[in-house]
Design a protein around this ligand. Structure first.
Ligand SMILES: Nc1ncnc2c1ncn2[C@@H]1O[C@H](COP(=O)(O)OP(=O)(O)OP(=O)(O)O)[C@@H](O)[C@H]1O
Ligand SMILES: [Mg+2]
Length: 315
């Protein structure tokens, strides 16, 4: 594969199976240096499998991958030394202190003692745990542990930090704070690859998002381009007869797509929805279908996900 210096991660035709389970199926994408890139997908989509192959935890079965300039097939040790990892599960040792955790990690990776100490200081400040230096892991809250894991992932100053569901199980405030830490880490030059099943998280953090489902990338792009790809506005309508209404709505100019269920109709408007709405009500009423509720909104990541996967995230 030809090397492109502006790319920190390049993945071509990656597949991974557990026996008969095809967890990752022929995915290709690349991450630009300095970017935050997210894999967004539901439980079982193949996010952890993909990330575990990229961080050398699982063998590379099929495909070509270049991480930070190193070939994942032939230069696994160099790949390992270029990356930082934060796992989906908390992996800290309960009986170590905060500073021991970081210094021990640095030690394993061959950083000298002084460097370990100064980095530990810097990183604990970055994730706002400086007043917990001597606390034991078992005394930390879930959010603090997450932050400590992020700090640990950064001990070796990796070019690329991998995080598998970094805010899983955290309360909304702590999630938001974690996003801020990740942004500041990124602003200091670390490229970030993360997986999440939180729409808002992918939207808020990412320069680029790839939506993954059933082991495949369904669509990708910047958060804005994904949201814009749906059309301008989304209109939710409840009527006395959603099925009949669906057919009628499709004949109205400016209506891009209609999807109806028993409970409601989801309509994508190709133009400004506020102007389309009166027309919709008028037309349906003209066909003796009563409109019981309407709701108009700009597309968000949830809408993008539902649009491309054809289903709600947690059915
Ligand atoms: N060690 C394993 N052995 C067999 N099958 C596995 C193994 N790990 C994962 N799978 C299967 O591979 C598929 C993808 O799982 P994976 O853990 O990669 O999904 P995920 O997107 O990370 O999901 P989650 O959001 O729940 O973490 C699933 O069908 C899962 O059951
Ligand atoms: Mg996972």
């Amino acid at each position: 594969m030809p090397q492109d210096k502006s790319v920190i991660l390049k993945v071509e035709h990656l597949s991974h199976s557990y026996g008969e389970v095809h967890a990752v199926r022929d995915i290709s994408f690349s991450v630009k240096k300095g970017d935050i890139f997210s894999f967004l997908g539901p439980n079982g989509a193949g996010k952890s499998t993909a990330i575990n192959v990229l961080i050398t935890l699982l063998p590379l079965q099929k495909g070509e991958v270049v991480v930070a300039g190193y070939n994942l097939r032939t230069e696994r040790e160099q790949v390992r030394r270029s990356i930082g990892i934060v796992f989906q599960e908390i992996t800290l040792d309960r009986d170590m202190t905060v500073s021991e955790t970081l210094e021990f990690h640095g030690d394993i990776y061959g950083l000298d003692r002084n460097l370990c100490r100064t980095r530990t200081q810097e990183l604990l400040e970055l994730v706002k745990l400086e007043d917990k230096v001597s606390a034991y892991i078992k005394e930390l809250s879930g959010g603090m542990k997450r932050r400590l894991e992020i700090a640990r992932g950064l001990m070796t100053r990796p070019k690329l930090l991998f995080l598998d569901e970094p805010t899983i199980g955290l309360d909304p405030q702590t999630r938001r704070k974690t996003w801020e830490y990740l942004k500041s880490v990124n602003a200091e030059g670390t490229s970030i690859f993360l997986t999440t099943h939180y729409m808002d998280e992918a939207d808020e953090l990412s320069d680029q998002i790839a939506i993954i489902d059933n082991g495949k990338i369904i669509t990708s792009g910047t958060p804005d381009s994904l949201k814009n790809s749906l059309g301008e506005d989304i209109i939710y309508i409840e009527t006395s007869d959603n099925l009949a209404a669906e057919k009628i709505l499709l004949t109205i100019p400016g209506v891009k797509k209609v999807q109806s269920s028993e409970s409601r109709i989801v309509l994508l408007s190709g133009t400004d929805g506020t102007h389309l709405l009166p027309r919709i009500i008028e037309t349906l009423t003209g066909h003796e279908i009563s409109v019981q509720a309407v709701n108009l909104k700009k597309p968000n990541m949830d809408d993008v996900f539902i649009h491309y996967t054809g289903r709600e995230l947690r059915e």
